[in-house]
Design a protein around this ligand. Structure first.
Ligand code: NAP
Length: 247
């Protein structure tokens, strides 16, 4: 018996990330249930997954939270009573300190909690996820080996074990800074040119990879990571210094 794949699984939130990730999970689960705030039944049907009520989703053995982080607290506070007390609960949020604090606060003590952050998304993973990285923060679990085995040997991901603090400290540079630049590049009108250098192509690639992410995701990366603001301020200070030196 495989601990992970013999279980019932529900994904709460069927937005861009879940729709991208579900095809990678499908080979390993007989029935995947999804719940989404707005009606996504047609997409669920097309992708061969079951669209269920929130209460039904919260009764499954494995519950994956894949909504914007701002919704976690409301969801778990209001629906505390509906959560399967024996569930393994995972999240995929791009920040880790805040969701882990909420999961620990509101989930029944008997639930297992494993926080994750897949370091790929619909754009960067469109040609496959093999060898992509996933950060795993074990919070409360007796099944860590099996979960790591699933990610490594079934999904073929590289697993990086981190604490939520280690994750957020590094992501303040890796994500908050990069997405800050990408969002600014998206707003900037860059004229088409046939004189592209490699460095310029890299700049356009940042814009292409990240500029299409939802604004909620951008807000979470910036505002829900307690270390992001300082990195933005340091970066802006450097830009201002450089600019005034030129003047
Ligand atoms: P997102 O904008 O972060 O989340 C969209 C999902 O959140 C939709 O299902 C949306 O429902 C739901 N949602 C937003 N506010 C809600 C509310 N108040 N109540 C209920 N549901 C609400 O986009 P995403 O890219 O799909 O991200 C989902 C999760 O994956 C996030 O935690 C994100 O940090 C994580 N993640 C994303 C990426 C990526 O590259 N996109 C990569 C790694 C991890 P509606 O459809 O009804 O609006």
């Amino acid at each position: 018996m495989d601990f992970i794949t013999t279980k019932s699984i529900a994904i709460i939130g069927f937005g861009p990330f879940s729709q991208f990730f579900v095809p990678h999970l499908k080979p390993f689960f007989e029935n995947i249930s999804v719940w989404n705030r707005s009606d996504k039944q047609a997409i669920a049907q097309e992708m061969g997954v079951s669209s269920v009520t929130l209460v039904e989703a919260l009764s499954k053995d494995i519950i994956v939270l894949s909504t914007s982080v701002s919704f976690f607290e409301d969801l778990l506070k209001i629906h505390q009573i509906d959560i399967n007390p024996n569930a393994l609960v995972l999240d995929v949020a791009s920040v880790k300190l805040k969701p882990v604090e909420i999961l620990e606060k509101y989930l029944p003590k008997s639930c297992q909690i494993v926080a994750t952050h897949p370091l790929f998304g619909p754009q960067s993973g469109k040609d496959g996820i093999e060898n992509k990285r996933i950060v795993v923060c074990p919070v409360r679990t007796t099944q860590l080996d099996k979960i790591i085995d699933f990610f490594s040997n079934k999904l073929k991901l590289q697993v990086m074990l981190k604490t939520p603090k280690e994750h957020d400290l590094q992501m303040a540079y890796v994500q908050a800074l990069t997405h800050f630049i990408a969002r600014a590049l998206s707003e900037l009108v860059i004229p088409e040119t046939d004189q592209k250098t490699d460095a310029f192509k890299a700049l356009l690639e940042i814009k292409r990879l990240l500029g299409g992410d939802s604004f909620d995701l951008f807000l979470a990366i910036q505002n829900d990571n307690p270390y992001a603001k300082q990195v933005r301020l340091d970066f802006l200070e450097q830009l201002t210094k450089l600019h005034s030196n030129l003047n």
